[in-house]
Design a protein around this ligand. Structure first.
Ligand SMILES: NC(=O)c1ccc[n+]([C@@H]2O[C@H](COP(=O)([O-])OP(=O)(O)OC[C@H]3O[C@@H](n4cnc5c(N)ncnc54)[C@H](OP(=O)(O)O)[C@@H]3O)[C@@H](O)[C@H]2O)c1
Length: 254
């Protein structure tokens, strides 16, 4: 058990990548707190994880009130936090000339501000022996894809990478490690939402593109991100900070 006795917070832990990471943490002996907006989804996720070691907080992290609620509930318990996974995110893959102010604000509120301020507000709750912060970035921070306009999403994930490095630098002396995982395309509800409503021909074209572009020949499954998250959360990564780890089936190697 590589995370025995540790307490983790996973934002966006009710489905997709966050849920897979939470499941791996529980499997390695951690207590996990899942954050999301929809209480029913959190309830289902908790049931799926089937463990007494799972708690949930329902809050909209895209709002300051939501971030306050989460940090108050977590810091209010007497158990310190060892691991924070800033995973909740939103992706508007829309052409630059159609991006609305609302989409821009929503993206930055969740992908950037929530990561920034939740980490800041949880600092007093971090274990005195040190903590691991894991930010979920994206290959879109630095790699653009034909027919997937990503100015807004790429900008927000570029900010995630930048924040990861600056916080690693600033918080390292306090024993807080900060790393990011940059997944390639992963089969989650987020991805399905952006693909399922495409015409069949476009879906086939996308599938052919995936097979051509991913050296490992497929997109990711949420579980593909779990191993590296467990590693970064564990004491095995005691000297690892400020890293942006590509986990993308080799997509960005080309
Ligand atoms: N899937 C991909 O291909 C891919 C690739 C690269 C990077 N990523 C990144 O990986 C992370 C997870 O993606 P995913 O595909 O697993 O996403 P997902 O399937 O859409 O799941 C998102 C999770 O975040 C929660 N969430 C969304 N908005 C929230 C808010 N305002 N406040 C609190 N919780 C919120 C959702 O629960 P509620 O809806 O109940 O709030 C859900 O648990 C994101 O940061 C994404 O940018 C994904």
């Amino acid at each position: 058990m590589r995370l025995q006795g540790k307490r983790a917070v996973v934002t966006g832990g009710s489905q997709g990548i966050g849920l897979a990471i939470a499941a791996a943490f529980v499997g390695e002996g951690a207590e996990v707190c899942l954050i999301g907006r929809d209480a029913q989804k959190l309830h289902d996720a908790r049931k799926q994880l089937g463990s007494d070691a799972v708690e949930t907080v329902s809050a909209d992290l895209a709002t300051p009130a939501g971030s306050d609620k989460v940090s108050d509930e977590i810091a209010g318990s007497d158990r310190p936090v060892d691991i924070l996974v800033n995973n909740a995110g939103v992706a508007f893959l829309v052409p630059f000339d159609t991006v609305t102010q609302e989409q821009f604000d929503q993206s930055f509120s969740l992908n950037v501000s929530a990561m920034f301020f939740l980490t800041q507000r949880l600092l007093p709750a971090f274990a005195p022996s040190g903590a691991s912060v894991i930010n979920i970035s994206s290959y879109f921070a630095g790699k653009m894809i034909p027919k997937r306009p990503s100015s807004l999403y790429s900008l927000s994930k570029g900010a995630v990478n930048s924040l990861t490095k600056s916080l690693a630098f600033e918080l390292g002396p306090r024993g807080i490690r900060v790393n990011a995982i940059a997944p390639g395309t992963v089969d989650t509800p987020m991805r399905r939402k952006s693909v399922d409503n495409r015409p069949e021909a476009a879906k086939a074209e996308l599938q052919a593109y995936v097979e051509r572009s991913y050296p490992l020949g497929r997109i990711g499954r949420p579980d593909d991100l779990a191993g590296i998250a467990v590693y970064l959360a564990s004491d095995e990564a005691a000297w690892t900070t400020g890293g942006i780890f590509a986990v993308d089936g080799g997509y960005t190697a080309g």
